[in-house]
Design a protein around this ligand. Structure first.
Ligand SMILES: [Zn+2]
Ligand SMILES: [Zn+2]
Length: 273
């Protein structure tokens, strides 16, 4: 099935960014190939079921993300083939990458459920996470499973978000999938929106304060040279949040900005700001 227009736009923006940022060529080439596979899958998989209005409201007010794993209707055989295709992309871009032994599709879906229900990022399970030994020992497979789950979550966000009254959601985690943000958008009127690291959903969050620990303290930030980006660091929990100043990046596409700001992630981690 053909990719959706919004996804084609992302691929075009990625290609333009590739021309402009030669220093990120390797990274952007990998994501182009990954997104090609993910976006094709996203156009093929079934839409998640939508809860009735009362249930949606109840979850919003209770701080419970809308999406449950079984709602996505992940079909094991299809998921297995998707993991295989993504493994091939990983291998193509990582010489020496070890393709792991074949894992039965049902087991791959079980791994996807663990990743989903951990509310952690899809591709970097913590070593101490409550996961089966498979996930820890078979890291390449775990990575491919996380990347294969992404299109299901992205589709869920596209389908569910229009049904949500986000004024009822003030949490620092995603109203759709429960994921944490890894990019913020600072609007011209001073409002702030967060981008989910898992499903790419966007939701509003208060202008000040930390979405990770809910501290209301004013956050310190480090601006980029041109002022278009800021790296906010929470004085309470020391987590950081990359932020795009929309006034200076009016035509940006959040998913692409997340990749273009990879230098900020490195700086934050190396200097433990
Ligand atoms: Zn999400
Ligand atoms: Zn914090």
């Amino acid at each position: 099935m053909a990719k959706r227009d919004s996804d084609i736009q992302i691929l075009q923006a990625l290609a333009a960014a590739r021309d402009e940022h030669k220093e990120l060529a390797e990274l952007l080439d990998f994501y182009r190939d990954l997104y090609e596979v993910q976006f094709e899958a996203k156009a093929e998989i079934a839409d998640p079921e939508i809860r009735d209005e009362m249930a949606i409201r109840w979850r919003l007010e209770g701080g419970i993300p809308q999406l449950a794993f079984d709602q996505m209707g992940i079909e094991a055989e299809y998921f297995g083939r998707l993991v295989e295709r993504i493994s091939q992309v990983l291998q193509r871009h990582n010489p020496g990458w070890e393709l792991t032994r074949e894992v039965p599709p049902g087991e791959l879906v079980a791994m996807a459920r663990q990743v989903f229900e951990s509310w952690d990022t899809l591709t970097a399970p913590k070593p101490d996470a409550q996961v089966g030994s498979e996930l820890r020992l078979e890291h390449p497979t775990a990575l491919a499973v996380g990347f294969a789950l992404a299109p299901y979550l992205q589709r869920a966000a596209e389908v569910l978000l229009p049904h949500l009254d986000l004024s009822a959601w003030t949490r620092g985690y995603c109203p759709v999938c429960g994921g944490r943000p890894n990019l913020a958008l600072l609007e011209q009127d001073g409002a702030r929106r967060l981008l989910c690291s898992r499903c790419n959903g966007l939701w509003p969050y208060s202008r000040v304060g930390c979405p990770f620990c809910s501290s209301k303290d004013v956050q310190q930030y480090y601006p980029s040279e041109d002022g278009a980006y800021r790296l906010y660091v929470c004085p309470a929990c020391h987590q950081y949040l990359k932020t795009v100043v929309l006034e200076l990046r009016p035509t940006m596409i959040p998913v692409v900005e997340r990749l273009l700001t990879v230098g900020m992630d490195l700086a934050a981690r190396q200097h433990e700001l």
